[in-house]
Design a protein around this ligand. Sequence first.
Ligand code: VG1
Ligand code: CO
Length: 602
Amino acid sequence: MQLLGKRAGAAPARAGRSTAVAKIPVVAGSRSRVLSTIVMATAATQVPVKEVPTKPIDGQKTGTSGLRKKTKVFMSDNYLANWVQSLFNALGDEVAGQSLALGGDGRYFGKEAAQIIVKLAAGNGFKKIYVGKDAIMATPAMSAFIRRRKAYGGLIMSASHNPGGPEEDFGIKFNYTAGEPAPEKITDKIYGETTSINTLQMADIPDVDLSKVGVTTFGGFEVEVVDPIADYLATLKEVFDFGMLKAFVTRADFSMVFDAMHAVTGPYAKAIFVEELGAKPESIKNGVALPDFGGGHPDPNLTYAHDLVELQWSDAGAMLGAASDGDGDRNMILGKKFFVSPSDSVAMIAANAQACIPYFKGGLKGVARSMPTGAALDRVAAKLGLPFFETPTGWKFFGNLMDAGKCSVCGEESFGTGADHIREKDGIFAVLCWLSILAYKNKDVPVGGQLVTVEDVAAEFWGTYGRNFFSRYDYEACESAAAEKMMDHVRSVIAASPAGTKFGAFELATADDFEYTDPIDGSVAKGQGLRFVFTDGSRIIFRLSGTGSAGATIRMYIEQYTDDKARLKEDAQVALKDIIKVALDLSKLQEFTGRDKPTVIT
Ligand code: VG1
Ligand code: CO
């Protein structure tokens, strides 16, 4: 029986896990007796399993990307175990005899969480679990790993760009058989299970040493501790020409700097940029992964990656500057004194992919971006005659398009760039794309000659396509009720504004709450962002974040296009001044939230 699954020919399912495990009556007041009772698990795994009684915990609903809460919440009672057991319940018979992968971004509580998950996987009939050494595996590396090892799925312990540590955030998400973040049909089902869960199936096995690569066996259950880099590197080598990149990176007149923000990409960057491509070891900044990310906010943007920004705006700046987030799926690309907006970055990569990156030499199958992302990519699609898709925020919406062969390159304005080599956004991939573009464009420039820079690549792109000025204002940790009220107000503005309504100098073309029908499976996602589209193509969008762990974060996205050659290099904040004022006025943001300025401007 395949409840949710897509993988044909998966290991044969047993006739239901619950019938294979001896039932123990859970009697109120007899907790200790039940806990001490051990039953034999499935014939497949032969691991002793304890049925541990538990109770539903409120609010275990996954957001844009997995479940994120304060670390202390995750560490309390059965918080983590309940969610993982609910996931396995949601997946049902599919999991029997399968192999699961597990890793995380190295944040505080990850190693302890891994031990709990290993026991649950064994107790729920998995045959094998792969665990990244020290419970580490970057999000894109997990996606690559699932695909290469044909694992049934993987669990990633991360709250991504959210800070880590005992007082900060922890998180978990499930990626499915193609390496993609679980689609909503699964996450909805998990949530349903969390509201009625009453038993945890915990294997009665000791903790596993996760610090050494190797295999440990418990009955028919196997734990394999793996190198978290090797499979990912192998996938990247299938995409890029590492020989060409090495020749470029080691040029005497080239320099790069990669800020790992004390997060998971430190070891990956060393292995890939330094050991494989010959970059100088000092090119990697903040390369030691720490459980609290050194107290920082591992979000690669102009505010939180300020050390890198300062360096790149100084005379010591490198030709290419880049940073990645907590779990390695985001990227920020900088030139010398130059910032590439992520909405532009994905479009520039798409425009140059076929010429510069071997994996794309046959051309792109199609491209996609999330709705709030700036529309530069649309122009590339139109010019190259490519299928184009506009999806809701969150990487899970790209997976179906890629599986169906309709999308090669995709991105989000939130520093997310990726392709169909895996099913996650991929920070190091984006850096390698930019290295490939620079290497290709400079292949005929002799050492010491005038190198084509990141800024030159952008200028060339804008000269061809015009420029979509883009900015995002984040108002973090607002009071939830106030944020909801503001969104209600914006909805009422939409309802009262027919096409033709004037907002300052801007004339409304349409306004709505974005809704997406997946072209592959027909599933519908509603309420994905309040948007105003004006007759000149300018846009204003409001969303509430789905990745926070407390309060509400309001995101305001602003976009305006120009093909006026004289304005192409203008500062985005200057270019967007008028429309930003329109957005703040129509939403009454300050009135509702009391905030007179955003926490982060991108
Ligand atoms: C944010 C971004 C979204 C991204 C998500 C996960 O979501 O806006 O584009 O996919 O984070 O990224 P939200 O709901 O907070 O706007 V990551 O690197 O934190 O997994
Ligand atoms: Co991330």
